[in-house]
Design a binder for this molecule. Structure first.
Ligand code: ADP
Ligand code: MG
Length: 240
């Protein structure tokens, strides 16, 4: 399925790990890249986990493509996610780890094999198909995780600081890759990042979280032109 992006909405969502609740009331435009920024602990990962279905709201609704996905397990939602720490299977090869994006049983069709080969080539992993994750650098492991979501090709892509551990040059390569795939497929991307330059590079919209809630939303250009709230300017001043 070539997923044209669909809108994502958290409607009066409240969620708590047991202490003060996190609350989200925010919409993400279909087929656009939205950068999600905010201090550590502000709720960025929780927001993505609510969309992916790894957490369930105590109240409110999560809508993907207009449909309430509250009762759907993660595997049934039209999303895929890349985490900060890659979650590859250590006993499976690069090719098999990517193949899991197509088939949980690794029973692959010819079309699957072609998609996998393309994604490996595109992420610069051609020639490393048979390696195990431990035989790769940290950057290469994150490329495998990215290749896996590329072959999954869902309408919504969730990125939780996936490139935070990479150096600037490699990070730029990965961001350009995400932007290139987005230009072709038009999926909806929610991109959590601590790096203002990364948000600026590929973000069309920006959502700023502070203290477990949405403090401001707008176009990324406007934020970086100084239109964001004082708390945002302080935040990027501190993390830049
Ligand atoms: P961010 O990704 O912006 O750093 P998180 O969404 O991880 O923020 O965390 C939001 C808040 O929820 C923080 O106060 C954090 O300590 C708390 N939190 C996150 N995960 C858990 C958890 N598994 N158990 C208890 N509290 C958690
Ligand atoms: Mg986080």
């Amino acid at each position: 399925m070539r997923g044209k992006g669909v809108p994502v909405r958290l409607e009066k969502v409240s969620f708590s790990y047991g202490e003060a609740p996190l609350t989200f009331d925010v919409a993400f435009a279909a087929a656009e890249i939205t950068a999600i920024m905010g201090p550590s602990g502000s709720g960025k990962s929780t927001l993505l986990n609510l969309v992916a279905g790894f957490e369930t709201p105590q109240s409110g609704r999560v809508l993907i493509g207009g449909a309430d996905v509250g009762a759907d397990p993660p595997s049934a939602r039209p999303v895929s996610m890349v985490f900060q720490e890659n979650n590859l299977f250590g006993h499976l090869s690069v090719e098999q780890n990517v193949g899991l994006g197509r088939s949980a049983s690794l029973r692959l069709t010819e079309a699957d094999r072609i998609a996998i080969a393309e994604a490996l080539e595109r992420t610069g992993l051609g020639g490393k198909e048979r390696r195990l994750p431990r035989e790769l650098s940290g950057g290469e492991r994150q490329r495998v995780a990215l290749a896996r979501v590329l072959v999954r090709d869902r309408p919504v892509l969730l990125l939780d600081e996936p490139f935070a551990s990479l150096g600037p040059a490699l990070r730029d390569d990965m961001l350009d890759l995400v932007a290139g795939v987005h230009a072709e497929r038009g999926m909806t991307v929610l991109f959590v990042t601590h790096q203002p330059e990364d948000a600026r590079r590929i973000g069309q919209n920006l959502v700023f979280l502070d203290n477990g809630t949405v403090a401001a939303t707008g176009s990324a250009n406007d934020f970086f032109a100084g239109a964001g709230p004082e708390a945002f300017r302080r935040y990027i001043g501190a993390s830049a």
